[in-house]
Design a protein around this ligand. Structure first.
Ligand SMILES: Cc1cc2nc3c(=O)[nH]c(=O)nc-3n(C[C@H](O)[C@H](O)[C@H](O)COP(=O)(O)OP(=O)(O)OC[C@H]3O[C@@H](n4cnc5c(N)ncnc54)[C@H](O)[C@@H]3O)c2cc1C
Length: 435
């Protein structure tokens, strides 16, 4: 029997699904010893630090991750960062294969004047702030304005807009970071605008997320009925509507038609609006948009503009990977061929491979496909030294699976009296103190 050693870097969905694919391909002839290396003391990637707190069901996928993590031959090395605590070359020499699953965590820039004014943030900073990511606990977010603008037409933009527009008591029984929850409770924001450059027919929102909007108990959601009818006409003129698009447009139509209750809090969708400039004297005061139109399927500027007065701007227009030393990058992703990284015994999966697209489940098929290639490439197991010894010699404070289980149990116990799934720890020192 051959036992191959595989290091998986990044404990997000793509990393766990890669581990699962390897576990499932074990036989009497082949076994895998899997070490998962994660820079944070806590695993689960964006399931912990991205998925919106008011969507707890989505996070139940973590049960699958924990099953993978407690199977024989799996070790977690939390609080260990590739490129800082250990290099790619070292991993490649110690393991038969290295799987990069480090995601895509840097926000794409708008590239417009005023983007760096105080009060303008990327969702890549704002989301981990409300989700208790330790690196973002100190982001200075001020919610002392009446209106906020969210730029982007995908589910991340929608999550951000919803978090800002919800009645904060609706978040009391969620795992929203305590610092964010107290800020949201005193927030002055009552109107949230969500703005996309293209038409409703081009938006990347998905329909389950759209369909929940008219059901919000304390927030009215507005979409211009005329914009949706025009979008439907344009889309139908191209031929039969694909299922997902039909469902999205119907969901938007339902929002447009839904009775507005006159709630104090509201959310407004604006389509065909390109942000041109963020204005303000020392902080964000206004966003100027160019108005677009769709002509023969192409989005074109009309030359007309409008503006929205606001004190907070969050842009959610995509992510790119943070570069790790030793890895080749291209277009914000790790350069790869179907997941193989040329000339080395390393592979890449998930958002680090594909860029920021797809839901959690997309990573399962993607990781499984890449692990098939990894299996094809394996020859004889090599006898590399053990990573644990090397990390201990370097004085690294490793968070093992059982350490993480203690942190997890502590958080869950802290949440229980308040009806929350957990109260997330934010300080690395506190986390390491529990282990
Ligand atoms: C705000 C937001 C909300 C989302 N909501 C949903 C949703 O509701 N439903 C849904 O299906 N999908 C959702 N998604 C998409 C989903 O989260 C992704 O498809 C998925 O997380 C991508 O998995 P990944 O493993 O590639 O990356 P990630 O989940 O980002 O995991 C990467 C991991 O690698 C670690 N890492 C990074 N660099 C290093 C390093 N140098 N050394 C060691 N470790 C490192 C990170 O800390 C992280 O744990 C959302 C995404 C975002 C951004």
């Amino acid at each position: 029997m051959k036992t191959f050693k595989v290091a998986i870097v990044g404990a997000g969905p793509a990393g766990y699904f890669a581990a699962q694919a390897l576990q499932n391909s074990q036989s009497e002839d082949i076994k895998f010893s899997i070490d998962m290396i994660e820079r944070l003391p806590t695993p689960w990637g964006l399931v912990r630090s991205g998925v919106a707190p008011d969507h707890p069901k989505i996070k139940t996928v973590a049960k699958v991750f924990e099953k993978i993590a407690t199977a024989e031959g799996f070790r977690l090395f939390g609080n260990i960062e590739l490129g800082k605590d250990i290099s790619l070359e070292e991993l490649e020499s110690m393991y038969d294969a290295v799987v990069i699953a480090t995601g895509s965590s840097r926000g794409r820039k708008l590239g417009i004047p005023g983007e760096d004014l105080p009060g303008s943030f990327s969702a890549a900073d704002f989301v981990p702030w409300y989700n208790a990511h330790p690196d973002f606990a100190d982001v200075e977010i001020s919610l002392d304005c009446n209106e906020a603008v969210v730029i982007g037409a995908g589910n991340v933009a929608m999550d951000v807009a919803r978090m800002l527009a919800l009645e904060p008591s609706e978040l009391d029984t969620t795992d929203t970071a305590e610092h964010a929850l107290s800020k949201l409770h005193t927030s002055s924001i009552r109107k949230v605008h969500i703005c996309g450059r293209r038409g409703p027919e081009h938006a990347a929102f998905t329909s389950p997320e759209l369909r929940e909007l008219p059901k919000l108990e304390h927030t009215d959601v507005h979409i211009d009925q005329h914009q949706i009818s025009e979008a439907i006409k344009r889309a139908e003129a191209q031929g039969e509507l694909p299922k997902d698009l039909k469902s999205n447009l119907e969901a938007m139509q339902a929002i447009a038609e839904a009775e507005k209750k006159g709630h104090e809090r509201s959310m407004y969708f604006h389509f065909l609006a390109t942000p041109l400039e963020i204005k303000g004297d020392g902080r964000v005061e206004e966003v100027v948009f160019g108005i677009n139109e769709v002509n023969d399927g192409n989005v074109k500027a009309t030359g007309e503009t409008f503006s929205i007065k606001c004190g907070l701007v969050v842009s959610a227009i995509g992510y790119q990977s943070d570069e790790i030393s030793g890895l080749p990058y291209e277009g914000g992703k790790v350069k790869n061929e179907n997941g193989r990284i040329s000339g080395r015994n390393s592979y890449v999966v998930g958002w680090a491979k594909r860029g920021p697209s797809g839901v959690i489940g997309t990573n399962k098929s993607d990781s499984t496909d890449v692990m098939k290639l990894l299996l094809e490439d394996l020859k004889e197991p090599k006898s590399g030294s053990d990573v644990e010894k090397l990390l201990e010699e370097r004085g690294a404070k490793i968070v093992t699976q059982s350490d993480w289980e203690k942190i997890n149990a502590h958080e869950v116990a802290k949440g229980e009296p308040h009806g929350k799934p957990r109260v997330k720890l934010i300080s690395r020192t506190e986390m390491l103190g529990i282990k």
